[in-house]
Design a protein around this ligand. Structure first.
Ligand code: N01
Length: 548
């Protein structure tokens, strides 16, 4: 086994959050940091998700780092929404521009993380048996980073090609002339289906739950829009933090959908549909996400749109979601999704009525029929929010295990720390607004808070910080209480853990809004990290690098 390697701080994951943590820890605190990354490149979600059509559903001018004004000004996004290759190119540019690669060890998957209270050190063990130690451990492991294939009987029997959207081959896949199945109609399925359909001989889509899918209205970046945005970037970034989703440019609505006349609503919804994007509908009225009757006005509008696009009436009805309020599952943005079902060679199978029973040598079997395929694409999602942390055996030498602590659902303080696990910070963990926000903004906000906290510890001679059990309990209950005031819990979503058999049904993100969350984080810090306890250094310094 290699010698133990010592650092001031360890960061797990070289996605957007991990890279920014490395940059800030180095730049603001001068720490010697080591990032450990499973892939052979930076980018996290944008490194792994290379499926055809993969594109961000937040506009590029918003979905980018804000920490460096020069970076903001020098980068140009060719389209309204960045596609995966462009975003990955951007993240690589950031890694190079700020000389981040020298502190990243690639192809290194962390298997275990143990904290020893006596030495005040985290010890991270990799799958290859390497050991890294540091007093600070930052988990930048992502929320949608553990791809999941349902446990279909016969998975290994299928002799054709199989792919998961979240683990797409780097060299791409050519479906020309092939009979292809796509299982799953979340964001990944919806984005890839039109592109796969354009190549494949036949495409059969297995849909268990219809999703609310809105037009992206993607297109080339308007140079005037870009120039205006860049001229006001600082104000826009600041304004974004004052919004629930961390995205600027959407004035907060002032009235309920039920206060508007049907004609007013129709006109606003038409305008919103034509503009494209997901925030417009959520922000059309004050109560779209809290009042089912208001929510239904949007649902009805979207159903009519689907019926207007899809020519086969039976297929159109199947594509109309009917089991959850709009917006309570992640809204999906599409380009040509519904139109794809007007093509003769594209078929839709109702996998709710006839569930997939098993994979076979030549294809798959539902409870109603057998199908033959050359390739099956699993667009079946992720073990979201808790999956990546539970894959690492996080524990303390005192015998506390994070997986055991989270057996009934995640417990966190602010989605940043867990009681009993000192100096382990999560970036956009469960209990934070992360997945319900502009992710890069949330990553930056979390990292800035963590780095300020570490600076405070250094100045005040503290070696360790952890939340109290009471504050963690209160925050976790608050996250639940806030969700209960909304329609979110009505959907069997991955926010609830509902996509994984046996996973506790707990609503995991904080949906009180980025604005309220940031204010709470600032209040906690201003009150001397209220709800957290510190352990005095007493000779154990936070900086460890260079010791024997
Ligand atoms: O995964 P999903 P995803 N038989 O979990 C179906 C982000 N993202 O990769 O709904 C048949 O949403 C499942 O059906 P059901 C974004 O936050 C963003 O698409 O459980 N079907 C569902 O249709 C997104 O929300 C972007 O009934 C089965 C699908 O598989 C998140 O990632 C792009 C099944 C899984 O959908 C996850 O999206 C891509 C079974 N046994 C992703 N098991 C953008 O920025 C599962 N399914 C645009």
């Amino acid at each position: 086994m290699d010698a133990v390697k010592r650092f001031d701080a360890l960061v797990v994951g070289a996605g957007v959050g991990g890279l920014y943590a490395l940059y800030r820890l180095r730049e603001k605190l001068g720490l010697n940091v080591q990032v450990l990354e499973a892939g052979d490149g930076v980018g996290g979600t944008w490194y792994w998700n290379r499926y055809p059509g993969c594109r961000c559903d937040v506009e590029s001018l918003e979905y980018s780092f804000s920490f460096d004004p020069e970076l903001e000004q020098e980068w140009s996004w060719p389209e309204r929404y960045g596609n995966q290759p462009e975003i990955l190119q951007y993240v690589n540019h950031v890694a190079d521009r700020f000389d981040l690669r020298r502190d990243i060890q690639f192809e290194t998957r962390v298997a275990g993380a143990t904290f020893d209270r006596k030495s005040n050190l985290w010890s991270l063990t990799t799958e290859a048996g390497e050991v890294f130690i540091a007093p600070i451990c930052i988990m930048a492991t992502g929320n949608l980073s553990v791809p999941r294939v349902p446990d279909f009987p016969g998975l290994d029997d299928f002799e054709g090609e199989t792919y998961h959207t979240g683990l797409w081959p780097h060299e791409g896949v050519d479906f020309t002339g092939k009979h292809v199945a796509v299982i799953g109609t979340g964001s990944s399925g919806v984005q890839s289906i039109p592109i796969i359909a354009a190549q494949a001989e036949t495409l059969t889509v297995f849909q268990r739950t219809a999703n609310y899918i809105l037009p992206a209205e993607n297109g080339p970046q308007d140079p005037e829009v870009e120039a205006r945005h860049k001229a006001t970037y600082r104000e826009r970034r600041k304004a974004a933090y004052d919004t629930p989703f961390g995205i600027s440019g959407y004035p907060y609505p002032t009235k309920s959908a039920l206060e508007a006349t049907p004609e007013e609503r129709e006109a606003l919804y038409e305008e919103t549909w034509a503009a494209g994007g997901q925030i417009g509908f959520l922000f059309a009225y004050t109560d779209i996400l809290t009042n089912d009757e208001s929510n239904k006005t949007v649902r009805d509008f979207v159903h009519e749109k689907i019926r207007g696009i899809v020519k086969d009436g039976h297929v159109a009805e199947l594509l109309c979601p009917n089991d959850h309020p709009i917006g309570t599952k992640r809204l999906v943005l599409d380009t040509g999704y519904f139109e794809t079902f007007n093509k003769q060679h594209v078929h839709l199978v109702n996998a709710r009525k006839a569930p997939i029973e098993a994979l076979t040598k030549t294809g798959l079997r539902t409870t109603e029929a057998e199908y033959s395929f050359d390739a099956i694409v699993f667009a079946t999602g992720f073990d979201a929010m808790t999956g990546a942390l539970k894959e690492i055996d996080v524990r303390t030498t005192e015998g506390r295990s994070l997986t055991e602590d989270w057996a009934a659902g995640p417990y966190t303080m602010l989605g940043i720390m867990c009681a009993g696990f000192p100096n382990m910070f999560m970036i956009t963990g469960p209990g934070s607004p992360g997945v319900k926000s502009q992710m890069i903004l949330s990553c930056e906000q979390h990292v800035d808070w963590i780095v300020d906290c570490l600076a405070h510890m250094r100045e005040s001679g503290q070696a360790a910080i952890e939340p109290t059990e009471a504050s963690q309990h209160d925050w976790t209950m608050h996250v639940k209480d806030v969700a209960d005031t909304t329609l979110y819990p009505k959907a069997a979503s991955w926010y609830m853990g509902a996509n994984i058999p046996g996973k506790p049904r707990v609503f995991m993100p904080y949906v009180g809004g980025v604005n309220r969350y940031k204010a709470k984080c600032e209040e906690v810090a201003a009150k001397g990290y209220e709800g957290f306890t510190f352990t005095a250094a007493e000779g154990r310094e936070l900086a460890m690098a260079g010791e024997d």
